[in-house]
Write a protein that binds this ligand. Structure first.
Ligand SMILES: Cc1cc2nc3c(=O)[nH]c(=O)nc-3n(C[C@H](O)[C@H](O)[C@H](O)COP(=O)(O)O)c2cc1C
Length: 207
């Protein structure tokens, strides 16, 4: 660690320290990926933090999985999985599914979660998670410790209580969870909307 000297004054509130390169990008979503339930693979759940959207059309996302995970062979062979977005009330299940392996335990039973039917893929969604994103693997890339699966989103299920009377998806009510540097965070208030920086403010009518 060393101080970054350029352009600094003694009491600089933006003073920085140089850290070794690592995965400090935070926060990231933390999700429960369900897989299996096809061929001889029993249904399983793996906690994944290395995930993200990678393309809008077709809608695609990626998950990065270490080859030694039990879920790796399932996803590699079945070429499908479901990204289940948990809420903060499920933080213990999220952590636990990342601590034990499906080689030794039934994680659905152990975490008190219910495998439920998917719309387009064969592996189950997790019934209790408010958002289920069904995916089919389109590509994989071995990066180092992890293999990244790039997958197309083929169906989405959203719990009805998050959809308002006008058909809008009220994401802010989902009690979302995030992860960063070994800690789970609960996401708070909405502080802006897409395009708010370029929107003209509505003037208050003069009295
Ligand atoms: C918060 C958290 C995030 C994790 N993220 C990943 C990840 O992105 N990729 C990965 O391969 N393992 C990740 N893990 C570890 C796996 O979830 C863990 O090794 C799990 O027990 C593997 O289950 P399986 O053997 O049933 O597949 C994470 C664990 C936790 C607790």
């Amino acid at each position: 660690m060393g101080k970054v000297k350029s352009g600094m004054t003694k009491n600089d509130i933006f003073e920085k320290q140089s850290w070794k390169p690592g995965n400090v990008l935070s926060p990231v979503p933390v999700v429960l990926v369900s897989c299996g339930g096809v061929s001889d693979w029993k249904p399983n759940i793996i906690t994944i933090a290395w995930t993200g959207s990678v393309c809008s059309d077709p809608p695609m996302l990626s998950i990065s999985v270490r080859p030694e995970r039990y879920s790796y062979d399932i996803i590699k062979n079945s070429e499908e999985f479901v990204v289940n977005v948990p809420s903060r009330s499920q933080v213990r299940a999220v952590d636990w599914c990342g601590m034990v392996s499906g080689r030794n335990v039934d994680k659905f039973e152990g975490a008190g979660l219910t495998p439920s039917e998917s719309l387009k893929v064969q592996c189950p969604v997790i019934r209790e998670c408010p958002i289920n994103i069904e995916c089919r693997v389109r590509d994989s890339m071995h990066l180092g410790t992890h293999t990244m699966f790039v997958a197309e989103v083929v169906a989405v299920q959203i719990i009805s209580s998050l959809i308002d009377a006008k058909g809008r998806f009220r994401l802010e009510k989902a009690g979302l969870l995030a992860y960063g540097l070994g800690q789970y965070f609960s996401l708070g208030a909405v502080v802006g909307r897409f395009g708010c920086s370029v929107q003209k403010r509505k003037r208050k009518p003069r009295r």
